[in-house]
Design a binder for this molecule. Structure first.
Ligand SMILES: Nc1nc2c(ncn2[C@@H]2O[C@H](COP(=O)(O)OP(=O)(O)OP(=O)(O)O)[C@@H](O)[C@H]2O)c(=O)[nH]1
Ligand SMILES: [Mg+2]
Ligand SMILES: [Zn+2]
Length: 412
């Protein structure tokens, strides 16, 4: 590729030279029907005859500085923009291409966290005249959002990578839950992702209720940005547009039905993606959005929509908890004992603050619960790793034993 990305050395000779800037590509009539028939067409809807470069997909200096020359031979750089069951959709900045994992990546991965997720940057090899690609390697991730695999204690599922800001959405029609919000905030912060809280469906409750909820959140977390909005009555949407920056990646997090896709459609000013039918009100356990996908807004901001999820998850979330419960943490240093558990010790400043009413009971309980869970997950994770290692060693020794036996047979 040409221009500021300086990737010319990494693309195959057969690669068509991309258009620099936003002029029309050489053969728009050829490109357009293909884009239009693609499943992710709306990502490109307002970019019809424009060629996008990687930087418009978020490939900034941080990634440029991490280009591994050893991995670029005969390969291009592309971003994973959607994850299907057995395939991926990537974009090279001017078109979208279906891709699959190279065997080395598929079978060499030690954990599912090593597979691509939406938002990842990848080294891809184009085949069939750029109709298809093989994903060989991934770039280091600036940030990663993951959650605990439902039902599994130590397994985690990737949600998205390279997110700058998480839009944590709770709806004001019954989904609102400050404790769950605290958990999401702690997880986002732990991943070094800036969180913003969006309260959806502000047309439903009384106005006083909306302001009450906002002040409830800001009382304990004054530095958190909160916006209430309604897609239905078209309020607050300009404020949301105002906080989105071109080239930055945003990920919407929230339970199924809070209105993530409705917000995306409103920002795209198109009914581009499917939302839940109004009559399917009790669609519990049923996700309207079924795959994670990245869309580009007219402003150039990159937005990831995904199937609903109630929580994020992480192993040790110490700093995330500390950032989210600052008023509680400010007392921790004042406890008499360094290893104070803040449950029953004499001289515990946290318990003192609790009985003085300086910290809220509900927040204290959530803080303690999250601390406990974090320690528990950390321990079970380490235990699992130890067991895996033991098992790996056992496998190796069996293989070695078999090999020695075979050698002995041939030697004899
Ligand atoms: N009253 C009201 N309803 C809304 C608003 N935004 C979305 N809805 C409704 O909420 C329902 C769910 O919206 P979706 O956008 O499909 O929710 P989602 O979060 O994408 O759900 P999943 O894809 O299942 O995770 C739909 O019936 C929307 O019409 C709003 O601002 N006000
Ligand atoms: Mg949806
Ligand atoms: Zn204490």
């Amino acid at each position: 590729m040409s221009g500021s990305l300086a990737l010319s050395g990494f693309v195959p000779a057969t690669y068509e030279a991309p258009v620099s800037g936003f002029g029309a590509p050489e053969q728009p009539e050829k490109l357009w029907p293909k884009l239009k028939s693609s499943p992710n067409f709306y990502c490109f809807q307002d970019w019809k005859y424009r060629a996008m470069k990687l930087k418009h997909l978020g490939f900034d200096n941080w990634f440029q500085n991490r280009i591994d020359a050893g991995k670029t031979k005969d390969k291009g750089i592309a971003r994973v923009i959607a994850v299907n069951k057995d395939s991926y959709l990537v974009s090279d900045g001017r078109r979208e291409i279906l891709g699959e994992l190279a065997g080395k990546l598929m079978y060499g991965a030690e954990s599912p966290l090593e597979y691509p997720t939406v938002g990842d940057w990848a080294y891809v090899q184009y085949v069939d005249n750029h109709e298809f690609c093989i994903i060989h390697d991934l770039f280091p991730r600036l940030t990663v959002l993951k959650r605990k695999n439902p039902g599994k204690q130590t397994e985690y599922q990737l949600i998205a990578a390279n997110i700058n800001t998480a839009l944590i959405i709770q709806s004001l029609d019954g989904d609102y839950n400050p404790r769950r919000l605290e958990r999401c905030l702690a997880m986002a912060r732990e991943s070094n992702i800036q969180p913003v809280v969006l309260l959806s469906k502000s047309d439903i409750p009384e106005t006083g209720e909306v302001t009450g909820r906002i002040s409830e959140i800001t009382q304990n977390m004054p530095d958190i940005q909160i916006l209430a909005y309604s897609v239905k009555s078209n309020t607050g949407l300009d404020d949301i547009r105002g906080l989105l920056t071109a080239g930055k990646t945003y990920c919407m997090i929230g339970s199924s039905g809070v209105g993530k896709t409705s917000l995306l459609n409103a920002l795209l000013e198109e009914t581009a993606f499917k939302t839940r039918e109004v009559r399917e009100k009790s669609g519990k356990g049923k996700h309207t959005t079924t795959r994670r996908q990245l869309a580009i807004l007219q402003s150039g901001a990159l937005m990831i929509d995904s199937p609903g999820m109630r929580e994020l998850g992480n192993f040790a979330i110490d700093s995330g908890i500390a950032d989210t419960f600052q008023e509680i943490e400010s007392f921790v240093d004042k406890c008499r004992f360094n290893d104070c558990s803040h449950t029953r010790e004499d001289g515990c400043a946290v318990l003192q603050a609790l009985s003085d009413g300086k910290i809220s009971d509900a927040r204290y309980r959530n803080y303690m619960k999250m601390k406990k869970e974090s320690a528990y997950y950390e321990q079970s994770y380490l235990e699992k790793k130890r067991k895996d290692k033991k098992f790996g060693k056992l496998c190796k020794s069996i293989i070695k034993g078999k090999r020695n036996k075979r050698m002995a047979y041939y030697d004899s």
